[in-house]
Design a protein around this ligand. Sequence first.
Ligand code: SF4
Length: 251
Amino acid sequence: MSGEVSFLKPNAINPATQPVLTDTLQASVNAKTDQVLALLKNASGELTNITFANSFGAEDMVLTDIILKNQLAIEIFSLDTGRLPVETYDLIAETEQRYHTKLNVLFPQAQAVEFYVKTNGINAFYESIELRKSCCHMRKVEPLQRALKGKNAWVTGMRAAQATTRSSLPVREFDESNGLEKFNPLSDWSEQEVWTYIRMHNVPYNKLHDQFYPSIGCAPCTRAIAMGEDIRAGRWWWEDPTSKECGLHVK
Ligand code: SF4
C-alpha cells in the first residue's frame, strides 16, 4: 500500500466489527479476559473507591460487560458532553436495559457552556486547537475531574495500538494530573480481539462502528474513516495526529 485510501460505499458494513471467530482467536480472547478479570479483582481488593470511565467505545463496552457480569466493586460513570451522536444515546439506553441498571451520567456545567457559546459560537471548536481544547475541557475534563474526586483509582478502556499518543500505555500507572492510580486493562488488546469479545458475548455496541466509525466521540468532531486510514483519523480530522487527545488522558 502506498498510503492511498479507498473510499467506502455508503452503508457499507465495517468488516472489523464482524471478525471470523476462529478457535485460536477465541482462546486468545478468553485468556486475555481472565487476565483482565484478575487485574480488576486484585485492584478492587487492594484499593477502595475505584471508578470506570465508560465512554461507550467498543473497548469500554467490553469492560462494562466484565465489570457488571462479575459484580466487581468498581463503579461506572459516563460523561454526556451534550454533543454526542444519537447512536450513543441509543447505546446508553440499550446498556441500561441489558444490564438492568441506571448509569451514572455526568454533564458539563451549564453556565460554562452558555458562556463559551455566547463568547465563541456554537461550533467554535473548528476554528482553532485552542478553542477545540477549551471545549473539550469544559465538556469532558471538568466533569471527569468531578467524577474522579475522592477516588483512589480509575479504569479506562484505552489500548496502546489506538493512537501514536498512546503507543507506550502501561496496564497500570500513576495518573499524576489527577492524583490517583489508573488501570488500562485492555492496553495490549488488538481491535480484532475487542470485536471478538463483543461477538462472543453479544455485548451491545454503538451502531456507528458498523459504518466505519472505529473511534466515536462528539458528533461534530467524529467522522467515518476510509479503508487504510488510521483508526483515530476520524477524530478531530482537521488537526495534527500528535495533538489529537481531548485532555482526559494527560501524561
Ligand atoms: S469533541 Fe468536539 S464537541 Fe466534544 S467536547 Fe471536544 S471539541 Fe467539544
